[in-house]
Design a protein around this ligand. Sequence first.
Ligand SMILES: [Zn+2]
Length: 509
Amino acid sequence: MLQALAVKYRPKTFDELIGQKTVSTSLKYALNNNRLAHAYLFSGLRGSGKTSSARIFSRALVCDQGPSDTPCGTCKQCIAALEGKHIDIIEMDAASNRGLEDIQALIEQTKYAPSMARFKIFIIDEVHMLTPQAANALLKTLEEPPSYVKFILATTDPLKLPATVLSRTQHFRFKQIPQSEIQNHLKEILIKENVRFEEEALKFLARSGNGSLRDTLTLLDQAIIFCQNDISVLKITDMLGFLDPNKIKEFYHAILTKNKEKVFDFLDELKEYEASSVIDEMLFYLKESFFARSTEFSTLIYERFFRILARAKNMICDDDGFTLCVMAFMMMEASYLKEIDTQINEIEQRKAENITPKITPILEQKIEEKPKAKNAYELLLEAIYDRDYELGECFEKSTQFISYENEILTISSNATRENRTQLNKGFKLIQELLKDKLGQNAKIAVQKEMAIDESKLQSITQDPSTLSNSKLDLNSSFNELKQGAKKFNPEEDVKEALKDCFGEPQIQE
Ligand SMILES: [Zn+2]
């Protein structure tokens, strides 16, 4: 029978230990400098290398050439230990031998000197599973064992151990092995095993192993058989029930471009998969892009999408399709929103435009081609169009913007009789919208249209020689025109002009 990779590649020295540099350095130091404790506690996730370390450490302790950090591997102690047959290295699984009697039997053994090595070593796995009585019985021996006895306790859950046990042992915490290290390890093994592979595929295996090297190697065994010695992304995602990462990318793309048709197609396709694994895949993709500093998503979108995915995870119910639908639409909705910075800039630009108009916008429009923030008049016009299209048309046709200063929007009017009637009907609405858009104190002032010499204006803007004379000239020319046109006192003339434009306003209280 084929030997499992987890067994075949079990580390035999500290240097072969994957992802536990801190622990192995400390243990090596203790061995080389004869600073040995009588009881050790190794804690950490399953598959993080605790048992392997306990075995390497035991061998280093009993080796005829030792104790040193590199057991020779050839003496009879080493050979017996490597075969798992060393009479003085006793392994016990506390998950299945958790009672008082089991511990009492073990304590009994500590009373006899080692048969062939300098130490008698007890490795107790899953030590947190011991019953309280058993743990209590172990305490006394842990505290003052015979000089030839060493204890190595291992646990996945050190918090479940009584403080008395913790305080009598030297505690080594095994970290979760980083995925990159697991991936590298897989690569080395596959090269040694002569198996073809796509590196990207190893990522999926490493992820599925959840930081446990043993579990990942078991998956690798399965993958080699499933892929028939040729490990590819497609086959691995199929084997593990993952989505093809390209699909995820396309799905995100459809969401960001608001391509509803495509999003629906994907949702239909995703029905085959469990919602929870789709969400995990999407989270993983987003996380990878984020750390790769990909510009595929903006910072704001990252933040929103992460939130939505987290919410979707909590939303998972019997109807997987429903969860994914809601998630997809929340994402589309989120991608409509503008960046805060862009929005602040726009508002500030608009504000600057309204407070200090450098040049009258009518002229400015003719000179500048670039789109700019809307002025007060345009804002009002837009709001009118929004509420009542016909009124908007009428307002646009029969009025023109002059200025917006001190919260007074001055416009000129050339309303015909019919238009005047229509404007009068809409007056209340226009006022409401004005206050809504420009503030509660905003007022509208209407000036009857003066005969501004349009042909003269055009010659100023169109003549290239005068164009180069800077805006200042244009401005002063226009100011001259404006002075002629603006012979009114706003306070006094407003009422009259309003009446002229809209007729007698019918204000209802
Ligand atoms: Zn040896």
